[in-house]
Design a protein around this ligand. Sequence first.
Ligand code: ATP
Ligand code: MG
Length: 504
Amino acid sequence: MTISVLDEGTTIPDEFAVLGLPRPLVTGLARQGITAPFPIQRAAIPDILAGLDVLGRGRTGSGKTLAFGLPTLARIAGEKSAPKRPRALVLVPTRELAMQVAATIEPLGRGLSLRTRTVVGGMPMGRQIEDLRRGVDVVVATPGRLTDLIEQGACALDDVEITVLDEADHMCDLGFLPVVSALLARTPADGQRLLFSATLDGDVDKLVQRFLTDPVVHSLDPATSPVDTMEHHLIQVQRDDKVDVTAEIANRAGRTILFVRTQHGVDRVVKQLARAGVSAGGLHGGKRQNQRTRILDGFRQGKIGVLVCTDVAARGIHVDDVSLVLHVDPPADHKSYLHRGGRTARAGERGVVLTLVLPSERRSTESLTRKAGVAASRHRVEPGDPVLAEIAGARRPSGEAVPVWEPEARPQPRAGRDDRPRDDNHRGRRRFGDRPRAGDRPGEGDGRHRWQEQGERPPRAGWAGDGRGESRGGRGAGPRRGRAGGQAGYGAGEGGRGRRFTGR
Ligand SMILES: Nc1ncnc2c1ncn2[C@@H]1O[C@H](COP(=O)(O)OP(=O)(O)OP(=O)(O)O)[C@@H](O)[C@H]1O
Ligand SMILES: [Mg+2]
């Protein structure tokens, strides 16, 4: 057994090594101060290393990225991928999440001489093609760009040994399902498949039935469940007070994320906050990718303390020390509530989630929080209400306008055939995965399902406050590489561990 020395005289078993991970990964983790696996990691890593298909469900911020990332690297270590033929594929719904997952996996993979690259829309295609030509072991991709590169002959999935779907339930939404299924069908039928999400529910049935073989479920919580260290409050406001109350909350001291329903709504709230004296960055899919990246980086680096965004940032995005999430507009459903809220209270930290509720939204919001399994306290407030200071550290803003914080967009590199960000011209073929290209501006989506796949919600008449009028070839039956027999070797003590997936 490998032993790590913590302090003089104190030694503990190196738990990551005990799980079966190779030494370079364990030392890479230790370098980042990560020495003990989180429960989902302890539960899932041995089975993934044994070659099993795994469905992994753990709350937001519970460490799912390393739970699938570490054993994926370990499984493909020791060989080199042929040009254009990656051996591991991680599919995610948004570009920002792809970059984040790659940033987590890449340095660890380097310790095993494995190359990790992103393949995402809105970024120069030429560089991605060149990287693939030189040989990439792990591709972290959004489905649309990957499909483009495959169609161009720049990438083939025939050597893929492990495919991961992060935010898997979301990747099974109506818009994503065809393209994700088509990509899975291009991977070898006997490849290993891993599906992870905080809300891994019945929606994943179709993919599970078609592409997974006797998957093991590691479900650390019920299908949807909130995080223990999160506090929830429903804040009832009158329509006319919504802007002022939002500004007071945004003017708190800690790092704060505000979720707004539409792209226009994000721009509007950013301006309203600036007028009130609060500097905030606005993130949505209508912006150029280099702006999106710089805004999120600005928030990560503390250049701005407030991020106003659509649901494009609701899934998977991790920023340290976000202490409060405010739903300026109520989320679409209980799953969205959990994912948006899950940007705070991560990895055991504490966090507060507030939802602004207009009188007309009371019933729907209460039903939504009930479904999310959340016990929220209710408050009826007006601007300046001391309860806002008490629960959120809200402060009256200065009222002296500040300029809108917007990093300058770098000039776009010359566009190749498919490089133009479709968010901006809306003329290209429909793409999935690089959300959102359309959907929150009237006439740009194509109906109800369009926005569901784009991840940003559609315009709804009479919405809150000032926003009105804005309007594989068959399932693998063959023998599985390295598959362990039976259910032996599960990690210790997690609820729901080891159940076979029964379809719901
Ligand atoms: N074993 C560990 N020890 C300490 N920190 C960890 C450990 N595993 C993961 N973390 C940290 O926890 C944070 C959240 O991890 P991660 O983003 O993987 O969560 P997640 O479960 O994927 O959440 P979401 O459902 O929101 O996507 C990250 O900052 C990560 O570095
Ligand atoms: Mg995640």
